[in-house]
Design a protein around this ligand. Sequence first.
Ligand SMILES: Nc1nc2c(ncn2[C@@H]2O[C@H](COP(=O)(O)OP(=O)(O)OP(=O)(O)O)[C@@H](O)[C@H]2O)c(=O)[nH]1
Length: 303
Amino acid sequence: MSKNIPVYLLSGFLGSGKTTLLKNLIRFEKEQGRTPAVLMNEAGKVSIDSEEVDKDIPLSELLDGCICCTIQDKLESQLQQLLIDGGFDTLIIETTGVAHPVEVVDSVLSPLFADQFSFKGIITTVDALQWEKRDELSIQALQLMREQIKYAGIVLLNKVDLVTESRIPVILNEIQSLTSSRIVLTEQSKIDFTLLDQIRLKKFDGATQLRVNHELQLNVVVFTFQHSIEREAFDAWLRNASSSIYRMKGFIPFTGDKYPVLFQYSYGMPLFFDHDMKMTANFVIIGENLDEDQIKKELMELQ
Ligand SMILES: Nc1nc2c(ncn2[C@@H]2O[C@H](COP(=O)(O)OP(=O)(O)OP(=O)(O)O)[C@@H](O)[C@H]2O)c(=O)[nH]1
């Protein structure tokens, strides 16, 4: 195993485009003749995003919690296992949208691996539309978003297609006031990855760290559909869904469809993608102060 494996950390708030960036970065690494390994976690007990990573990529998943708060020890052992298994040249870590990046960096910079990994920096994605609507977020959620920007070595101002052109310089200014790192405008998290050569490694001062689990009352509802549901009934449910739901994703079995459809939702914007494989119909909902029992009851009724 070669020493000094470059490590990139992908950070960014829920639904801002991290997984999209991950897929682009994996493609770039492969084009460069390198094999990336991926460490990802989800703020739920089941993983949706990992279904989207090709099978030939070494993938280590940390489920049931956010990397930063609950399973830091597990992260260290996963990193160790990846090193033992070997066979990769770059490591990409995708944190959950509610993770504070600095705590993840702490694990990567652990003395256990200091000689094997070369931490390159944090790439943070910001959803331009979500930034515009940031007043709707709780103070804690907004604080986390700011911190993810503050510690980034490079920022992707993503989803620029969703805001009017005249707003972009304003948003850029606002974000630039939080960081001196480079900000790149993107759609679908597409960037020229040679820019990563210029990524800056920020100094971390632990003082401003936000303990996400303690202050941000995010919770995750995981539901598995056992039967197919009517599309119209689902649409109606969606229209009435609580405004404190930030993010939903999952595979939804609609009546009449051969396979469950991949459903993605961030900040009021639902998207459906046909899928040509039978996936377990897991559905993950992330938000603040969600009434888990009520949501599960409603979803049960859809069946
Ligand atoms: N309109 C638009 N949609 C985008 C863009 N980039 C990503 N998306 C969509 O936004 C949704 C969320 O993207 P992801 O890449 O899954 O976001 P994420 O940050 O990994 O989400 P979490 O894992 O929940 O934190 C998906 O439906 C993407 O297809 C963009 O530039 N414009």
